[in-house]
Design a protein around this ligand. Structure first.
Ligand code: PBG
Length: 345
């Protein structure tokens, strides 16, 4: 039976458009939608960033990232086991450094027994086959919250900072990091770190360059998680990129590629899909998106208020990264996505 025309329609004549192309044909059923689907998201696309801490409690909540917890080293090992059994290829480790260990020069970054190094050794010993990525930057260790060394008059010193970052990279590689990920945005750091790794026998350590890292408001909850939001003096605009710029990301990435980066990253994620696309097209390197803390918090906050379907928004945002050309995604949703994909398989 033909559906009755809505009462306000004046004409009784049936409309039959003479369309050669009807885009809806391919969408008519689930099997067809599956068949024409251009991109897929799998567990192999995921990198899970986790926060490690010391202390009495096994886990503490990150207030601005509901559902995300800081973990002691023992708990991090447990979660690494869970991640490995779900098939998540790699973890990215971030430390909540005790405030008493934060100094203007961030020297705790070079301590061979700092949190990140202990977590690396513990996870490597128990879960040897999961990839471990470490952040190279001083912000979890400095009393002023900046990624580099700060002068009295508020400037970030580039070359002096690089000297420290080289040492930080070596300390991480010695403790078992598979992938060194400089997120500091100093000029020349990828080449300097590559040289130092090679000179010290770490020719196999990969470098994931945070090539296009923007000075973004979306990092707010992360700074809570690592405890640097309270102490950050000023902002990071003298080293992180201006959100208004796109071509500049290509120059940044070109330098990192020349200096020996094995993989590139764009950060934040969803507001910068155009940059992911441009870098992937320009360099054809493995290119990763970081769905950062503020992106996670937005989806989670809206979901917890009943304003959108959190699971669907999570999956849609991750698929958008694949469509933009990302080879993988750093996301705090990683274990949840992995579990969902496993249930649906
Ligand atoms: C530190 C660093 C930051 C993030 C990753 N590494 C914060 C910053 O640059 O201030 C942010 C990640 C997130 O927001 O999830 N260099």
């Amino acid at each position: 039976a033909r559906p009755r025309p809505a009462p306000e329609l004046r004409s009784e004549t049936a409309v039959r458009l003479d369309l050669t192309v009807r885009m809806r044909r391919n969408r008519k059923s689930e099997w067809s939608r599956q068949l024409v689907r251009e991109n897929t998201l799998t567990v192999a696309d995921l990198i899970w960033p986790i926060f490690v801490m010391d202390g009495e409690k096994e886990r503490t909540e990150v207030g601005s990232m509901p559902g995300v917890q800081r973990l002691t080293v023992d708990e991090a090992v447990r979660e690494a086991e869970r991640a490995a059994s779900l098939g998540i290829p790699a973890l990215a480790l971030f430390p909540y450094t005790d405030p008493s260990l934060r100094t203007p020069d961030g020297r705790e970054a070079l301590n061979r027994d700092n949190l990140v190094c202990r977590a690396l050794r513990a996870i490597k010993a128990e879960v040897p086959h999961i990839g471990l990525i470490t952040d190279v930057a001083l912000d979890p260790y400095t009393s002023h919250g900046h990624d580099g060394l700060l002068t009295e008059d508020g400037r970030i010193l580039n070359d002096e900072t690089i000297a420290v970052l080289i040492e930080q990279s070596l300390v991480q590689a010695e403790a078992g990091a598979d992938v060194i990920a400089p997120s500091d945005m100093m000029d020349g750091r990828v080449g300097a770190i590559r040289g130092a790794l090679d000179a010290n026998g770490f020719t196999d350590a990969q470098i994931l360059a945070y090539s296009a890292k923007y000075a973004s408001a979306f990092y707010g909850p992360f700074r809570d998680a690592v405890g640097s939001s309270g102490c950050l003096k000023g902002d990071k605009r003298s080293y992180q990129m201006d959100p208004a710029n796109g071509a500049e990301a290509i120059r940044e990435a070109a330098l990192d590629v020349e200096e020996g980066a094995d993989m590139l990253m764009v950060k934040p994620g969803l507001p910068y899909l155009d940059i992911i696309w441009r870098l992937k097209e320009a360099f054809a390197l493995p290119t990763f998106a970081y769905q950062v803390s503020g992106e996670y918090a937005m989806i989670e906050a809206a979901a917890r208020n009943g304003w959108l379907d959190g699971d669907k928004a999570m999956m849609e945002s991750l698929m958008a990264f694949k469509r933009a050309g990302a080879d993988g995604i750093l996301t705090y949703f990683a274990p949840r996505v992995a579990e969902k994909l496993a249930r649906e398989a």
